[in-house]
Design a binder for this molecule. Structure first.
Ligand code: SF4
Ligand code: SF4
Length: 289
């Protein structure tokens, strides 16, 4: 079972939910947490995992042999990401914009382009007691998160394991890369106008991917009830509410997972998992799926 934990914006409590859900389940089930928030992975702060290994993540970027190049401009025309440009008798490449698709190399009429490997990040794996852990780290200054996320997901152990994916914030390509293939996406938000706006965008993305979703409403008591109204209108279940509580904020600021600091909260996360499992089960039996 693959459960992704996403939010339309950072700072809504996504990490709190992902780590506490994973820790709650790991006492009785095989669970793996994948931190795909590769620009700023911070699940490790709460889990303090033992890292057992790491591997570089690289993509292939073009290298132009100007001795063979006729400056025809084909490579710049085919690059959808503006990662090459031909200016007079110069070919410029911008490796940080390159997605490594290989189109320029394949289509260069003079075979003047070869590909070279370029490291953009690293994937690390290990465990925190019984909980399996994998995280990706995008190198400083790099923009290409999806290949690092793909690599993290390659380490998912799908045999009898609940996989929890901590998704990057937002609704862009890295988010899509992280949540695709999930059985359910939990959307963590807060009851404020910003929370509602970002939730609506996140719901749109998840629905386009055909993935079931449910909401975790964090910091209840801080704003209004517009998020609840929206969820009701859209038939999106609110699967867990977390109150606005100074103790929770204190634990978070000290890098302590919610279920570690308030053990009684474990039952709420186990109930959350039961609701998720029910939705996934119902959906798997639904003919409209
Ligand atoms: S497609 Fe090949 S020959 Fe044409 S400008 Fe690019 S590198 Fe040069
Ligand atoms: S490999 Fe793809 S993304 Fe990179 S420069 Fe060539 S065409 Fe553009």
């Amino acid at each position: 079972m693959v459960i992704s934990v996403a939010s339309g914006q950072g700072g809504t409590g996504k990490t709190l939910v992902a780590t506490s859900l994973a820790l709650s389940l790991s006492a009785d089930s095989k669970v793996q947490l994948l931190d795909c928030d590769v620009e700023e992975p911070n699940d490790h702060v709460f889990l303090r995992p033992e890292i057992a290994g790491s591997k570089a993540v690289s993509i292939l970027v073009p290298r132009v042999d100007e001795a063979k190049c006729t400056y025809c401009g084909k490579c710049a025309q085919v690059c959808a990401y503006h990662a090459t440009a031909v200016l007079g008798n110069h070919v410029l490449t911008f490796p940080q914009l390159c997605h490594g698709c290989g189109a320029c190399c394949y289509l260069c009429p003079e075979k003047a382009i070869t590909e070279e490997s370029r490291q953009i990040g690293v994937v690390e794996w290990g465990h925190s007691d019984a909980l399996g852990f994998v995280q990706g780290r995008l190198a400083v200054g790099e923009a290409m998160a999806p290949p690092v996320i793909r690599k993290v997901k390659e380490y998912a152990n799908k045999d009898d394991t609940v996989i929890i994916i901590d998704v990057p914030p937002g609704t862009s390509c890295p988010v899509v890369e992280a949540i695709k293939g999930s059985d359910l996406c939990l959307l963590v938000t807060e009851p404020t106008p910003f929370g509602l706006n970002d939730l609506a965008l996140a719901v749109e993305t998840v629905r386009k991917l055909g993935i079931a979703c449910g909401v975790v409403l964090n910091r209840v008591g801080v704003g209004d009830n517009k998020v609840e109204e929206y969820c009701e209108q859209e038939s999106i279940p609110i699967l867990l509410t977390i109150p606005l509580d100074m103790e929770i904020a204190r634990l978070y600021s000290r890098g302590i997972a919610l279920v570690a600091g308030i053990p009684l909260s474990k039952s709420s996360f186990l109930q959350l998992f039961d609701k998720i499992a029910e939705i996934i089960d119902e959906r798997s039996r639904s003919p409209e799926r």
